[in-house]
Design a protein around this ligand. Structure first.
Ligand SMILES: [Zn+2]
Length: 107
């Protein structure tokens, strides 16, 4: 996505479904075709931020919470796996890493 005003590629999506240029601040409505996709991506990022520090990581419980907040089963599983992968990077404990790897496999 390129800003129509300044040509910058540093463009983000606002919660209300607009594109916003991070360089010049210009915002414009995204095409309808992109809206569903953008909402989905936005929701995935929001849920990831919200749940990334929740412990213990419990696939079924966390997925249930995310589905309640509008994520699909598949997206929720992806988010939990991403959170578990992050937790693996943050620990040096071998047992904990194995437990997290098992969660990623089963989620
Ligand atoms: Zn711009």
């Amino acid at each position: 996505m390129v800003c129509p005003k300044c040509g910058s590629r540093d463009v983000r999506i606002s919660p209300s479904g607009k594109y916003v240029c991070n360089s010049c601040g210009y915002s414009w409505q995204m095409p309808m075709a992109d809206l569903g996709w953008a909402r989905r991506i936005f929701n995935i990022e929001k849920l990831y931020e919200e749940f990334k520090d929740v412990r213990p990581i419990d696939c079924a419980r966390m997925k249930g919470e995310m589905v309640k907040r509008g994520a699909s089963e598949g997206d929720a599983a992806k988010i939990v796996r991403r959170i578990a992968r992050r937790a693996i990077r943050m620990t040096n404990d071998k047992n904990e890493r194995e437990a997290l790897a098992a969660i990623i496999d089963g989620c």
